[in-house]
Design a binder for this molecule. Structure first.
Ligand SMILES: CC(C)(COP(=O)(O)OP(=O)(O)OC[C@H]1O[C@@H](n2cnc3c(N)ncnc32)[C@H](O)[C@@H]1OP(=O)(O)O)[C@@H](O)C(=O)NCCC(=O)NCCS
Length: 182
């Protein structure tokens, strides 16, 4: 029988396990075809950063299976966004008024992907956002095809392609918006 997935609000005590999921998905070096087709994270995956967002926001959710965190969505109100990179700065500048929900990261353990866990996480965010726009970012260069296809399936539209420099390299991003009934 298929184990049940529960979606719940993240607790401060989840920060370390969320960080382990984030670390397993993070790619620092070159992006291979495998990374492009299955997705990857580039951002901050430290437990202390997750802890801060968990304490602040009711839009940080985890997916739990048999007591184990197998996925998470790190969302928070856009006005809380810290512009550590140009993607975050774009979201802060364009989507804080009116307040929206910014999805900073979404991740599902490799071994649990393709089982609608990402979808369940987003469906719960849409319910909680109650008419607010939901805004997400993804990398265009290096390209994250998995997250592009995932966000299209989740009803997002691509609204912008900001460019900038991250870790000394020229990169580009996509900004995605789901109007969520607004
Ligand atoms: C992107 C990610 C969160 C998707 O999570 P998931 O639980 O595997 O996705 P789901 O099973 O809920 O898929 C939902 C829909 O998106 C589509 N989708 C998800 N991942 C896909 C992929 N890699 N390629 C093509 N389509 C994909 C599915 O086909 C599904 O569509 P369907 O409902 O018509 O079947 C997951 O692959 C992941 O964590 N990747 C690594 C980290 C990452 O890239 N995060 C995003 C950047 S912040």
């Amino acid at each position: 029988m298929k184990a049940r997935i529960t979606i719940r609000r993240a607790k401060p005590s989840d920060a370390r396990t969320i960080s382990n999921v984030g670390k397993s998905l993070k790619v620092v070096g070159e992006i291979t075809n495998e990374h492009t087709s299955r997705g990857f994270l580039r951002g901050d995956v430290r437990a202390e950063s997750y802890l801060e967002a968990i304490k602040y926001s009711g839009y940080f959710l985890v997916a739990v299976e048999k007591g184990k965190v197998v996925g998470f969505v790190m969302g928070y109100p856009t006005s809380y966004t810290k512009p550590h990179n140009y993607l975050q700065a774009y979201v802060l500048n364009h989507y804080s008024k009116p307040e929206s929900i910014f999805i900073d990261q979404v991740g599902v353990l490799r071994s649990s992907q393709g089982r609608s866990i990402g979808k369940k996480l987003y469906e719960t965010i849409f319910k909680k956002a109650k008419g607010m726009k939901v805004v997400a970012g993804s990398w265009a260069s290096p390209y994250n095809r998995a997250t592009e296809l995932f966000h299209l399936k989740m009803g997002f539209r691509k609204v912008a392609r900001p460019r900038g420099v991250t870790n000394g390299r020229k990169t580009a991003a996509f900004i995605w918006v789901n109007d969520n009934g607004t």
